[in-house]
Design a protein around this ligand. Sequence first.
Ligand code: FAD
Length: 401
Amino acid sequence: MAEQRDVVIVGAGPVGFLVALGLARQGIDVTLLDAAEGIVNSPRAAIYFPTTLELLDRLGVIEDCLAIGYRCERLAMRYPEVGEVIAFDYQKGVLPGQKYPFNLHFGQHELAGVVSDHLQRLPHARVQWRHRVTGLAQDSAHVLLDVETPGGPRQIRARWVVGTDGARSTVRHLLGLPFEGFTWPERFVATNVEVDFRKLGYFDTNMVVDPVNWAVVARLGKGNLWRLTYGEDGRLDEATMEARIPEHYRAFIPETEPYRVVQAAPYRCHERCAPRFRVDRVLLAGDAAHACNPCGGLGLTTGVMDANALHQLLGAVIHGRADERVLDHYAEERRRIFLEITSPNAQHFKKQLSEPDPARRAEQRDIMRKAMDDPATAQMATVISQRIMGDPLPLGQAVRA
Ligand SMILES: Cc1cc2nc3c(=O)[nH]c(=O)nc-3n(C[C@H](O)[C@H](O)[C@H](O)COP(=O)(O)OP(=O)(O)OC[C@H]3O[C@@H](n4cnc5c(N)ncnc54)[C@H](O)[C@@H]3O)c2cc1C
């Protein structure tokens, strides 16, 4: 006999947790299932833009995030081939009414942890680790999930299912949806390293532009831990990736400078998207729906904004304040935003970092130098993330108060 649930969210990554909290705050019964033993802490998202911070504020978790995160107010474009550093000060581009005029840096597992703490205070929310979803079938009223658990196989019947199970989403596969797009040829290597990058002249966020030794270097949280993400030839053996770290680090850290690698992980990165984010009673959000390369920090940014739209709309449908068709609006609008805004910008940032043509690199440098004191440049991350959030008006029009 299958257990009955209202909403089951498959995947307790940051996006799954945020959808769950948004629904549970509306009094909805939510079950979050995850195949892992606990929150996955591989080195991934670390940079949260002002618009994302406003959404975390609306969900009531911002104070906890501010307590952990590092406030970053400046970004530097670095051009080692000519020894030039062009810096941008976010304070020069504060928009009227902007509450958080900085980016916040902290690991995405810490965000998941903060949201988890808030979620578990709500009586009608539960998180079940070591619960892997393996099967899915649906009729007009329910979705039936097959779940592998430590106690053996179980079935759970839900009124709604949300797939937030990451780029390799089982839910997406079970819906028979392809993941359309392409995979970048290089391997992205994300490392967390203890080193005094400040002493070495680095800013809190740095984009190192170079056709071979490109990198993103960003301070992580309040201590002396930094994220250094670089690229390597995707044909090299992944198993020996760690042995090559010192050789790659030489482009960024002088040999005399001590450092300690705390974590390192290789990633294949994609620009991919599902053709549909809704199949009847099953919805997709976050990396399960779309994936982009991390150079612009837009992947989780888009996932947080999916979560913001989805918990409001699904909550309104469940409470009878909106027609189910608003979920089609969610699916179509979030997909359009990924294809028209997120992925093109992420590709632009990646291509700019590793531009192979010296003349184009020089041209880009000139543009950056001229844009340095322009408030519009300092506002870029805020403006892009506002466009990724989308227009809340169609949601407001479709949902009855
Ligand atoms: C190096 C790197 C740096 C990045 N930096 C940034 C950044 O600064 N800013 C940004 O916005 N984005 C960044 N990203 C992207 C970001 O990491 C992703 O967008 C984010 O992880 C998506 O979160 P999610 O919750 O959708 O999925 P995930 O975090 O992948 O979580 C999926 C969860 O689903 C679970 N799961 C999987 N299969 C099943 C199953 N069958 N049953 C049950 N559970 C299952 C997994 O255990 C996991 O817990 C970065 C990515 C990389 C690789």
